[in-house]
Design a protein around this ligand. Structure first.
Ligand code: OOG
Ligand code: MG
Length: 256
């Protein structure tokens, strides 16, 4: 097995067994971003070969708060599958994750394909609807520590997403207030403007980055725009809720 396939197997196994694995970059200084995206594809292909379906893509590290939290200052993308969907209002099992965190996000539902260099207007025209959302991220690396190449190889920590109700995308969603509550306490506040100044810029970047990998965003895809605030840790017993101005709330519970 070649080196990249071996990394993909290690990361896929770490995700399936919810057991942390050492970072790649400290022992493989030659590991590049391009190789990391190949590892990501190989590891997601393993999931698809087990029957999971591709449902879209996610953008990561699109806000200052997120970049500062993990010390990586580069936007990255990852692949979403149906196995990551967590039903809104339901409970998720803490035991299935290594050290999960939650991020308030905004999700796009696409009605037309998008790829390459596109304008914000063209990106918006391809959007069917927007929803308040949360992403559950779970780095497969020990202590949630990684360099850019590591986190890309690890599918940018993707492990779950929760979607709220869909809204007409023609509303102005450039600067909507965002509140993240755990057990009724407000733990993070922010604005959708934290996402690259406007969430649409994240979709524009997604179209470009996905095309660089020879792929595209398809009609019917979900695109997660990226965390708006720093991501708090999840623990059993918590009720987690994100409310976005004009878009409503989305919630889940953490079970053992
Ligand atoms: C990397 C993934 C970041 C986001 O929305 O910024 C991400 C991580 O923090 O583990 O999903
Ligand atoms: Mg995210």
């Amino acid at each position: 097995m070649d080196r990249l396939s071996r990394y993909s197997e290690i990361l896929d196994t770490a995700a399936r067994e919810a057991k942390a694995t050492p970072q790649i970059t400290p022992v493989d200084a030659a590991f590049t971003v391009a190789e990391a995206y190949q590892v990501q594809k190989l590891s997601v292909d393993r999931r698809l070969s087990r029957g999971e379906q591709r449902i879209g893509v996610k953008m990561g590290l699109t806000s200052r708060a997120k970049m500062l939290q993990v010390g990586v200052e580069e936007v990255a993308w990852g692949r979403l599958t149906d196995a990551m969907l967590v039903e809104e209002g339901s409970g998720l099992s803490r035991a299935r994750y290594v050290h999960p965190r939650v991020e308030p996000e905004i999700a796009f539902l696409m009605k037309a394909p998008l790829a390459g260099k596109v304008t914000p207007a063209a990106a918006l025209a391809a959007v069917e609807a927007i929803a308040p959302a949360m992403e559950i991220i779970d780095s497969r690396y020990e202590n949630f520590k990684f360099a850019l190449e590591d986190v890309i190889a690890d599918n940018t920590s993707s492990s779950g997403l929760v979607l709220g109700s869909w809204h007409d995308p023609r509303i102005d969603f450039s600067n909507l207030g965002v509140i993240l509550e755990i057990d009724g306490d407000v733990v993070q506040v922010g604005s959708t403007a934290a996402i690259l100044g406007h969430p649409l810029r994240s979709l524009v970047a997604a179209a470009r980055l996905v095309a660089e990998a020879g792929e595209r965003i398809n009609a019917g895809d979900i695109v997660m725009a990226g965390g708006i605030t720093a991501a708090p840790n999840l623990a059993p017993g918590q009720t987690v809720r994100t409310t976005i101005q004009d878009l409503g709330a989305v919630m889940f519970q953490v079970e053992a």
